[in-house]
Design a protein. Structure first.
Length: 74
């Protein structure tokens, strides 16, 4: 789960908890909102923790934090 999905879950959960004032038989909307908030917050936290181990769009780094460039003279 990425940061975008986590923020989307947090936003949806916040809307369900604080903005929706409806009742549905068999479903507790506020509980679902709190669950979405918690899952989104945990996902965002894990995404921040593992952000440094991700190599980005160029692929993972080689452990030393730099890439090797080989140039050949013709």
């Amino acid at each position: 789960m990425g940061m975008g999905v986590s923020l989307l879950l947090v936003a949806a959960g916040a809307i369900l908890v604080w903005a929706v004032n409806a009742t549905v038989s068999g479903i507790e909307i506020h509980t679902i909102g709190w669950i979405l908030l918690a899952v989104g917050a945990i996902g965002a936290l894990l995404s921040l923790i593992f952000w440094s181990s991700w190599g980005g769009f160029g692929g993972p780094a080689d452990g030393r934090g730099r890439r090797t460039v080989v140039r050949e003279d013709y």
